[in-house]
Design a protein around this ligand. Sequence first.
Ligand code: OGA
Ligand code: MN
Length: 370
Amino acid sequence: MGKMAAAVGSVATLAAEPGEDAFRKLFRFYRQSRPGTVDLGGVIDFSVAHAARGTGPGAHKVVKSHLNVSSVSDHDAYRAGLQPVSKWRAYGLQGYPGYQWHWVKQCLKLYSQKPNVCNLDKHMTTEETQDLWEQSKECLRYKEVNKLRPRSLLEKLRWVTLGYHYNWDNKKYSADHYTPFPSDLAFLSEQVAAACGFQGFRAEAGILNYYRLDSTLGIHVDKSELDHSKPLLSFSFGQSAIFLLGGLKRDEAPTPMFLHSGDIMVMSGFSRLLNHAVPRVLPSLEGESLPCCLETPLPADLPRDSVVEPCSVEDWQVCASYLKTARVNMTVRQVLAIGQDFPLELMEENKRDITPEGSCHLDDENSQVK
Ligand code: OGA
Ligand code: MN
C-alpha cells in the first residue's frame, strides 16, 4: 500500500506557496492532476445521481434548483436539440444525446470562419485563416495513423469570439466591433435561459474556448458585460474538465466540479460574478476516446423546423478525431440591458484599438496562471 498511498496527493498535503490565496492553491492542486495521481473524490460529479443527493465532500453544496417547465414548449426544446425541460436536472443539464455533434461541428466548421474573430488572426492574414476546417480536415481524419504530422490550424485554434467581439487587451466590448450572432446558438441560448427564469435573454456575445489536454483557463470573473442581471451560459463538449467555482474574492476556497460533455452551466444572480477557472482537462481513461454520449452522431429524425441540422458521417469523423484530445466550451452572454447603449467614452477608447488580439485567458502547459 505504501507506494500507492505516497503517490496519491491530497489537498491537505499540498503546501501553500507563501502568500498564496485559497483559489490559487486549489488551482495548482487540480492542474497537476492526472487520473490516478491525485484524489478526485472531492470533485462534484453531477452525472452521478448519488453525488447530487449528498454523500461526497462538497455534496452539501449541491441543491436542486427550479426550472420553468412551461416557459419552453417541448417542441422548441426539440428544435434546439434539447430534451423537454421536464426531463432536465437543474444541477447539471444534459444535452439531448446525439445532438451535441451539431454544436461541435458548428464550433469547428462554421463559427471558426470570418467574420468571427479568432486567436490566429493576430499573426495570419484573412486568406490564411479563410477556412480552417477545409485546411485541417484531412490532417485530422488521419490523425491516428500519422502522429508525427505538423499540427493543423484547427488544432492551433484557441478562441473564437461572436457578436460583440471581446477585446482581450482592454477587456471590453464595443459598439463598433460587432458581427451577427449565429441564429442557431442564439435560439439554443434563449430556450435554456427561459427555462431558468430569464425570459427575453439576448445572445449578444460569445466566447468559444478550444482546449487541448494541457490547456488551462486562468482564475477570472466575467464582468465586462454591462448588464450583470442576465445569466452567462456555458456549454461543454468533448473531454471532461475540472471546473473551480470560487467566491467573490480569491481568498475563498473554490468548489471543484466536473463539467462533462453536454453539461450546461448557468451563472446567474449571486454566482454571475464569482471567481472561476478550469485547472485541468482530463484525458479519457481509455486513452484517446470519446465520451459515450457522443458515440452516436446520427439523429433518428429531426423536426421540420429544427435548428440543429443533420451532420454527415464525413464531417463527424473530423469532429470525433479532434475531440478525442480536446474540449470545446461555448459561453454566451447578454452584454447590454434592454435600451442600454455603450457609454460614449468606451466607444472613443476602442476606436484607437480595434485590432484583434492573440492573447487570451486560456493557457497551455508551462505558461503563467493569471
Ligand atoms: C469563460 C469560461 C469556462 C469553461 O469562457 O469565461 O469561464 O468551462 N469558461 O471553459
Ligand atoms: Mn468565465
